[in-house]
Every structure is written in structure tokens, then in C-alpha cells.
Unconditional design. Structure first.
Length: 209
């Protein structure tokens, strides 16, 4: 085996971003009560809010912006139990249906039902997959590029949510292990305003501390 040069990197600069990345972690023990709508708003703005210049805080292939964050609130202080859609353009929550629906959503996960339903809120990242698929249909590998971009954008949103939660000392975890068909059906019933052809791509549990 040939020897390889080792290039020492410059000294680490402990910036606020690196500190935040160092504080990010997945948490799965929830009390279901300590999250306030202030914290939820901060997380939503970090996940999908607008920049001061009108762009988005997360990148989007061809600037299509067809991913959304939908909220299943059960124990969020200052917010009635119900389902809500975050509108980044107006920076508001739009109500969908009333009531605590966390257990229905948690039961569509593969192994996480028991603790996931205890989080104050569950956030579902959805994508208008059919729009991405048809928009990128001519980019090889044909038929797959739209799906790939959806996963990538969901990753950006999830990481931003993780970082915002770390910043405010909230608890969160990305749950991507779920029954696709079951979660799709549940989310469709909980969010009647959701555009046709939308699909859940990520689920995050969010709680206070
Ligand atoms: C694509 C992806 C899917 C994940 N799915 C789940 C999941 O279904 N359930 C869960 O409890 N954690 C899930 N996680 C969280 C990982 O288990 C977690 O990130 C990992 O254990 C490392 O821990 P850390 O996030 O605290 O660094 C997922 C993470 C990623 C990136």
C-alpha cells in the first residue's frame, strides 16, 4: 500500500455554527408539555422560512419550493390542539383540523409509536412529488431525479429544524422509518388543504425541555 500525505488542517475555529452543530442531537424522551408556540415558530422559520431578501432559508432545486411543513400539535403552549400548515410566504400557520391527532400519526411509524406520540408536536415534511417528478423528468436517470431532489430538500429542512431545536434547547428527532402508505393516508386526512400528489417524506417529533 502506498503511503499517503497527511495534511494538518488549520486550528479549529469555534464559531456559533460549529457550536450549534456540536449541540445537535436526537432525543426520544418527551414530556409533551414544555413546547411553546414561540419555540415552534422559531423551528418552522429555520426549517422553511424566508430570508430577508425573499429567498428561502433552505436551497431548492430550480427554486421550485414544493416542500412544506405540516404541524400536528397536541401539547403546544399557546396553540390549540389541531393540525396546521406553515405558510412561509406569509409566515403564519393555517389551521387544518381541530383536535389532538398525534397518536394517529405516531402509529404510522415503524418502531417509534410509544414515545413519538408524547412529543408536544409532530412535524411532517411533505413534498408535491408529482411536480418534481414531471419537472425533472428529462434529467437522467430518467424518472428518478425528482425523487432524489425531494429527499435532498427534506434533508436540508430536517437539519435546519435540528439546529433550531439545539439553539433553543428543545428536543427533536427525525423519524424516517414509517409505513409510507399509512402515513400518506393519515396525513391526507389530517390536512385537507394539502395539494393532490403530496407525499410525506420526513417526520420530526418536537418537544420542549
Ligand atoms: C435518514 C434518517 C432516518 C432516521 N430515522 C429515524 C427513525 O425512524 N427513528 C429514530 O428514532 N431515529 C431516526 N433517525 C435518527 C438517527 O437514529 C440519529 O440521527 C442517529 O442515531 C445519530 O444520533 P444523533 O442524531 O443524536 O447524532 C434517522 C436519521 C436519519 C438521518
Amino acid at each position: 500500500m502506498t503511503s499517503r500525505d497527511v495534511i494538518r488542517l488549520p486550528a479549529r475555529r469555534m464559531t456559533p455554527l460549529l457550536a450549534l452543530l456540536g449541540a445537535r442531537r436526537s432525543t426520544r424522551s418527551f414530556t409533551g408539555s414544555a413546547l411553546h408556540v414561540d419555540g415552534l415558530s422559531h423551528v418552522l422559520r429555520a426549517g422553511l422560512g424566508r430570508r430577508p431578501d425573499g429567498g428561502s432559508v433552505v436551497p431548492s432545486a430550480h427554486g421550485l419550493y414544493r416542500l412544506g411543513i405540516r404541524v400536528i400539535a397536541g401539547g403546544v403552549g399557546g396553540l390549540s390542539p389541531g393540525t396546521y400548515t406553515y405558510s412561509p410566504t406569509d409566515d403564519v400557520l393555517l389551521s387544518d383540523i381541530e383536535g389532538d391527532h398525534r397518536a394517529e400519526v405516531a402509529s404510522a411509524t415503524l418502531v417509534d409509536e410509544e414515545w413519538a406520540q408524547k412529543a408536544s408536536a409532530l412535524l411532517v415534511v411533505t413534498v408535491e412529488l408529482s411536480v418534481l417528478q414531471s419537472h425533472f423528468h428529462d434529467q437522467p436517470p430518467v424518472g428518478q431525479r425528482g425523487d432524489r431532489y425531494a429527499w435532498m430538500e427534506a434533508g436540508h429542512i430536517s437539519q435546519s429544524i435540528y439546529l433550531a431545536a439545539a439553539e433553543l434547547n428543545l428536543r427533536t428527532v427525525l423519524i424516517a422509518g414509517f409505513d409510507d402508505d399509512r402515513l400518506s393516508a393519515t396525513v391526507a386526512s389530517l390536512f385537507p388543504s394539502m395539494p393532490a400528489g403530496s407525499t410525506p417524506v420526513a417526520l420530526m417529533a418536537l418537544d420542549g425541555r
